[in-house]
Design a binder for this molecule. Structure first.
Ligand SMILES: [Zn+2]
Length: 407
């Protein structure tokens, strides 16, 4: 890209406006399925910035319809389109009394903005909107469309998650490439692990609880001891069948979910983060084998591994891909060093990427501002560095100009 064009794009991202937008977003609480106020705010903001905005109604249940805006900086045609999408919602507020900064005040202190959702992931949405606004204000005309889609209902695990992202795809919004703006510490997450969720059922025979060797608590402890720790890498040669994969270091991994225990019955939900080569059937067979070991031939005790849907398979996008290249070059220009790329920036988790990949946008990565883990050792405050926010807006704008092309 010519230096003059790069300079124009970088100069068009205004730090004060970026900070004001992030603060305004943080001051509008947006718990899951309560995102409408934020959605309307963003719709208005994007419209004023010069984007075409569609406000989508997202059916959630018989009683509830959510809304989400889709902003489009329409290109002149003849270039690929790019989708920037992040989730507007978050679940609850951890330890509210321990926050040092009020969670919805968006306090600016020492180069950081503090508040619930600052990085997960209003930061990413803010950077995406600011990037589109900068391109619109600078008068630079893209060839392909730049689409900015803040989505609702991401944290809706009980109904498969990503209600908004799925609706976005079903509504017919198409793009040649997508960046999910989740907090990845400004690293490019090109590799995502797969996921098999399973429920392990254990049942003692009627009347035999604790008496004839069917102690469910003891068996549950043995089962967990055999499977390994929460968020632990499953070592090769223990209970899971797989071939280690160079791009998936630290995986497969085990993550426990809920345990439900009633008299004589126990159900343990877990998910296995899988590597290429593993399947739902192979994981189920591995789990059945462990259950059988724990059963130890006891005729008064039954067990079963049930795979829950949907199953996700691992996905990776080559570092030679045009999107990764454009993003890495833009990152290098703005930050002065190459970005971390691969599985590490999101520890293999890909958030809404699945829904875009499944809908045919195989060129999808996660890249956004804000660290992945907690920021403060002694307080639950969420925060984002202003520099990361502004840099990210510039990086998104440069990436769009490179990928979509300019007239
Ligand atoms: Zn998130």
């Amino acid at each position: 890209m010519p230096t003059a064009l790069t300079d124009r794009i970088l100069a068009a991202v205004d730090e004060e406006r970026v900070v004001a937008l992030e603060q305004a977003m943080v001051r509008i609480p947006s718990f899951t399925l309560e995102e409408n106020r934020l959605a309307l705010y963003l719709a208005k903001y994007m419209e004023a910035a010069g984007l075409e905005v569609e406000l989508q109604a997202v059916p959630v249940s018989d009683e509830l319809v959510g809304v989400q805006p889709v902003g489009r900086l329409r290109g002149a045609g003849g270039g690929p389109s790019l989708l920037l999408s992040g989730h507007m919602d978050y679940i609850g507020l951890e330890d509210p009394e321990r926050w040092r900064h009020p969670p919805f005040a968006a306090a600016l202190e020492g180069g950081f903005i503090y508040g619930r959702g600052t990085k997960d992931e209003k930061g990413g949405i803010c950077a995406a909107v600011a990037a589109a606004e900068a391109l619109a204000r600078s008068g630079i005309r893209l060839k392909g469309d730049l689409i900015v889609a803040p989505v609702m209902g991401h944290k809706t695990r009980s109904v498969g998650g990503g209600i908004g992202a799925r609706h976005l795809m079903r509504s017919g919004v198409k793009a040649d490439a997508a960046i999910v703006t989740e907090n990845s510490g400004l690293g490019i997450a090109t590799t995502c692990v797969g996921r098999v969720t399973a429920r392990l059922h254990m049942q003692g025979a009627a009347g035999s609880f604790d008496v004839r060797g069917t102690d469910l608590y003891g068996r549950l402890a043995r089962l967990i001891g055999r499977l390994g720790p929460h968020f632990g890498t499953v070592p090769r040669g223990t209970w899971l069948t797989f071939e280690p994969h160079a791009s998936y270091a630290g995986f497969p991994m085990l993550v426990y979910g809920a345990v439900a225990i009633a008299e004589r019955r126990c159900a343990l939900t877990l998910n296995v983060r899988i590597v290429p080569g593993q399947t739902a059937a192979s994981v189920q067979a591995d789990l059945e084998r462990v259950l059988e070991e724990v059963r130890g031939g006891d005729p008064h005790y039954r067990s079963q591994a049930e795979v829950l849907h949907p199953v996700r398979y691992p996905h990776t996008i080559s570092t030679d891909d045009a999107l990764v290249q454009a993003l890495a070059a833009a990152h290098g220009q703005v930050r002065g060093e190459p970005p971390e790329t691969g599985l590490a920036p999101r520890r293999g988790a890909v958030a809404d990427s699945w829904f875009f990949i499944e809908s045919g946008i195989s060129r999808t990565v996660v890249y956004g501002p804000g660290t992945l883990g907690p920021d403060l050792p002694d307080a639950p405050d969420e925060r984002i560095a202003v520099k990361d926010l502004v840099d990210c807006a510039r990086i998104y704008a440069l990436t769009a100009a490179t990928l979509c092309g300019t007239v």
